[in-house]
Design a protein around this ligand. Sequence first.
Ligand code: FPP
Length: 242
Amino acid sequence: MGLFGKKANTAGQVDMGRLPRHIAIIMDGNGRWAKMRGLPRTAGHKEGAETFRRIARHCKKLGVDYLTVYAFSTENWKRPKEEVDAIMSLLGQYLHEAIPSMEKEHIRVKFFGDLSVLEPELRGLAEEANALSDTIEGVQANLCLNYGGRDEIVRAAKKCAEAGVEWTEENFGKFLYSADVPDPELVIRPGGEMRISNFLLWQCAYSEWVFTPTLWPDFDEQALEEAIVAYQRRDRRFGGVK
Ligand code: FPP
């Protein structure tokens, strides 16, 4: 299903010469997708993890350099333990499968967030993926895990103060999880909600947002392309005039 419902949006094709370098996505709607099918919420997350694999591959195919997804927020610990465990387990499964093939597949998997509180096995895999990604080439998929935009900003402020550097936007950016990654030009929120939910608060200052009712497990390659086309139709002025 595409971005605007069942029918394909025939209104345009992706302009490959003006692709966003960085796309960020709030993977929302897994629970509702499962509920509609009489399945446990965890089944929605399992399907959501598959969608992530497909969308990351499609970003690579199109030539998008960075994909950042919200996998687990600093607030998601409030969810039932069974659901939290299921999400962590899906991330572990993904890393077990992805790490050996990252070099061949040209996908670099990196993590944004505080990994210190994770189970040692998952933390080890995440750190392995981070380290390996620094040595290979390919599309960079950033998984936000135990991530919160406010938490990231407070941490960066503390580090900026500790380092004793001047408080400029440029210096501040060096202490964010996203140091070295350009800001996302496009942020997509499937699932029908229209809020930021503590995602990339600093980095999305001038991002174009595309909201769609499509639930994340139903979000597909066509929906991604439609979101890119919607972004390409926007008139970006960055506070100036044209
Ligand atoms: C939000 O949907 C989704 C999450 C909090 C978890 C997202 C995690 C995954 C897709 C799995 C991660 C694994 C990989 C490999 C990326 P929701 O549960 O809030 O949906 P709802 O609003 O319909 O309840």
